[in-house]
Design a protein around this ligand. Structure first.
Ligand code: FAD
Length: 493
């Protein structure tokens, strides 16, 4: 008896999750990864005594990782250990106000009681977020439904309306419940988990707060890259072959099937099925040479924002920083409009700052720390021009020094900067997006491209450009959903 063979293009988290889930079901799986490491955007750089996690810094919804290990009959803690991050978010405002979002209820009550102007409506918003989460968990995550029509067929219209807060945006949903200008900024900014604008993304994404509070915010013991190592080890144990430094250069088709996967070294593979962890648009355009007519049907799956990803090794420790921090713009509305509507570099970006050495000082030499700075920026301009990222970085450093990170520039010992062009080069993401497809109520109502190709019967996609979307938990779930779909459509012999 021969097992059905599957080639997975890319060993990002979405690819590894699909590989593990498929191998656990008995398929013969080969993963081709162009880079020298597995994990994709979950990437690491060791430099001058600092260990920089170049991609994700935190994790929510740990149960979606645990379920991947259970599928293989394994216990997650034997491979990777998650440690809680508390406070979850530390928020800094230009007027000097500082406010923490905490998982611990006592700490949260205290933070809310100290917020200037009051915090009325916060817990009503939490309950609302819970309602949205529970609806999406059932329809979108567990049943795996991928468009409005399918959801309407399975759920009564009133439940869909209430469960998605149709037809509001994220920000309108926030503003319904809270009046505090600080809370409006903070709760609206949760949409950063999917690289979108709170003024354009559908309100259902307000499920994010409860996704974080309900199951906690986590970091990976010894650094985020340990998650990639754990998944890579599990994949090998299940018999998956992971070929690193192996670039796929083309995927050939015949009628409604994909037939051959061609590698840069001239080898051709002829699997029964292909799963692309490369995003949908670059896969169809660059590997399959699809015509403009087909690509046009994918236009609604525009890239989410990119980022200027700056890692600093500094010879001091800033006690005011938590692990996970946000330095807000004077106007987040303007910040979103600049990035998403005008597609320009923001003048005063809300800036995400991570200091993983708060959780694990061993990542830097003694008395030193790591400061990761991540202002969001538009994806690579379509006209090919190169925005002035250096000037943006200077503006951000000035802002951070003004808002409490005194003399930051003088303390820099080493640094690494990734622009959207580097992100595209490293992971081949569409225009250097860091979170796959943008969630926009006019374009796609928050849905991403379908996991099963609408054109080729034996081609599937996994990762941030397809449902349920970007972020480490979602792409990990995606790989599991893809394996279930393949097992249904193409059962093992
Ligand atoms: C700076 C940054 C910060 C982030 N922060 C967070 C965070 O804190 N929390 C969180 O949950 N998420 C975060 N994310 C998002 C998260 O990292 C991604 O959503 C997720 O890792 C994407 O996984 P993926 O499998 O979809 O894609 P990828 O990780 O991009 O994997 C795709 C893989 O395919 C490979 N590939 C592409 N083309 C080819 C080819 N032709 N041949 C062979 N291989 C190919 C690529 O090399 C890559 O390894 C962050 C992302 C970035 C970049």
């Amino acid at each position: 008896m021969t097992r059905k063979s599957i080639v997975i293009i890319g060993a990002g988290l979405g690819g590894l999750s699909a590989a593990i889930s498929l191998a656990a079901k008995g398929y013969q799986v080969t993963v081709c990864e162009k880079n020298s490491h597995a994990g994709g955007r979950l990437n690491i750089l060791e430099k001058d005594g600092y260990s920089f996690d170049l991609g994700p810094s935190i994790i929510i919804l740990p149960q979606l990782f645990r379920s991947l290990f259970s599928r293989a009959g394994k216990i997650m803690e034997d491979y990777v250990t998650f440690v809680p991050v508390e406070p979850q978010w530390r928020n800094f405002f230009e007027d000097g106000t500082q406010f923490d979002i905490c998982g611990d209820l006592t700490l949260m009550e205290k933070a809310l009681s100290e917020l200037p102007g009051g915090s009325e409506g916060y817990f009503d918003f939490v309950e609302y977020s819970r309602r949205l989460y529970n609806f999406s968990r059932e329809a979108y995550f567990e049943e795996g439904l991928e468009n409005t029509l399918d959801i309407m067929k399975r759920h009564n219209p009133l439940a869909v309306w209430r469960g998605t807060d149709f037809p509001r945006t994220v920000q309108a949903g926030v503003n319904r419940f809270v009046k505090s200008p600080y809370l409006r900024e903070v709760l609206g900014f949760f949409v950063k988990y999917v690289g979108s604008s709170s003024y354009a993304a559908p309100a259902v994404l307000n499920l994010m707060l409860y996704s974080q509070l309900g199951w906690g915010l986590w970091y990976v013991k010894d650094g985020m890259y340990e998650l990639a190592r754990g998944l890579e080890r599990l994949a090998w144990e299940l018999g998956v072959e992971i070929r690193l430094n192996t670039e796929v250069t083309a995927v050939s088709t015949s009628a409604s099937r994909v037939t051959t996967v061609s590698l840069a070294d001239g080898t051709d593979l002829s699997p029964d099925l292909v799963v692309s962890n490369l995003e949908v648009i670059p896969a169809y355009r660059d590997l399959m040479g699809e015509d403009d007519q087909h690509l046009k049907t994918l236009k609604k799956f525009r890239p989410a924002c990119s980022g200027l990803v700056v890692h600093l090794g500094v010879d001091t420790v800033y006690p005011s920083l938590a692990h996970h921090n946000f330095f807000y713009s004077e106007s987040t509305k303007d910040h979103f409009a600049t990035i998403f509507d005008r597609e320009e570099l923001p003048k005063d970006p809300t800036t995400y700052v991570v200091s993983p050495t708060v959780s694990n000082p061993a990542l830097a030499p003694e008395g030193h720390s790591i400061i990761k700075i991540l202002p969001h920026v538009p994806p690579i301009p379509e006209d090919g021009s190169v925005p002035d990222y250096d000037a943006l970085l200077e503006r951000v450093l000035t802002k951070l020094e003004r808002m409490g990170l005194k003399d930051l520039r003088q303390h820099i010992v080493t640094r690494d900067v990734l622009t959207p062009f580097d992100i595209q080069r490293l992971y081949r993401s569409n225009r250097g997006a860091i979170y796959g497809v943008v969630s926009d109520m006019h374009d796609n109502w928050g849905f991403k491209a379908p996991r099963h190709s609408t054109k080729y019967s034996n081609l599937y996609f996994t990762g941030g450009s397809v449902n349920p979307g970007p972020g480490t938990p979602m792409v990990t779930l995606c790989g599991q959903l893809v394996a279930d779909a393949i097992a249904k459509d193409w059962p093992t012999d």
